[in-house]
Design a protein around this ligand. Structure first.
Ligand code: AMP
Length: 207
């Protein structure tokens, strides 16, 4: 099964993707994680992407489409994939559809996790991530509950940058909800509930 996860930054895409990986053996790809890893490693792509990411802007389409194509070409992608944070606009969605076509694969489901923007601003202000394993935790986690690693706040989780990311989401990414509804692939879930309840909702569609 191949799944696109849609939702504003902080809606809980990463959290739900991790559960889908555990329960259904799918392989997750997060363009945000790939870009952050490239920025940390100081690769040319990472250096180019970092300026956009710190400002909360979208990284140019050609860079992220290249990353996704590389990922889809890997043998493990044949197990079924969860695309977390890609596509972010119509150009990327069209490129993704073309790549799936070329590989003889199909997108089975687009899951839109809906959360009110004010809830998201508060959520992201309290979000902390593990430097080592990427676990998503909160300001209450002094060390990573999974691996004991150091927790940090992403630069782009500062309130002003979050508002910019939400404005870009509204303009560029939210139209994809109609795009996937038109393709008869969309389900919408209310993400302003406990992650277990959100996941229970999602599971109903995993047939
Ligand atoms: P995320 O971890 O998904 O919130 O992404 C963090 C940042 O990475 C975003 O604010 C963008 O700057 C960049 N990014 C991630 N995915 C994409 C994408 N599909 N297209 C463009 N930029 C992206």
């Amino acid at each position: 099964m191949n799944i696109v996860l849609l939702g504003a930054p902080g809606a809980g895409k990463g959290t739900q993707a991790a559960r889908l990986v555990d329960e259904f053996g799918l392989v997750q790809v997060s363009t945000g994680d790939l870009l952050r890893a490239a920025a940390r490693a100081g690769t040319p792509l990472g250096i180019e992407a970092k300026g956009y990411m710190d400002a909360g802007e979208l990284v140019p389409d050609s860079l992220v489409i290249g990353l996704i194509k590389e990922f889809l070409a890997k043998p493990e992608a044949a197990q079924g994939v969860i695309l977390d944070g890609f596509p972010r606009n119509t150009t990327q969605a069209v490129a993704l559809a073309a790549e799936f076509d070329a590989l003889g694969l199909e997108i089975d489901l687009a899951i839109a996790i809906q959360v009110d923007f004010e809830v998201i601003v508060a959520r992201l202000a309290a979000r902390r991530c593990c430097k080592d394993c990427g676990l998503i935790g909160s300001v209450d986690d002094m060390i990573c509950p999974a691996c004991g690693g150091e927790m940090y706040q992403r630069d782009d989780d500062m309130p002003q940058t979050v508002r910019n990311r939400l404005a870009i989401y509204e303009k560029s990414t939210a139209p994809l909800i109609e795009y996937y509804r038109g393709a008869d692939l969309l389900i919408e879930v209310d993400g302003d509930r406990h992650p277990d309840i959100v996941f229970a909702d999602i599971k109903k569609y995993m047939v």
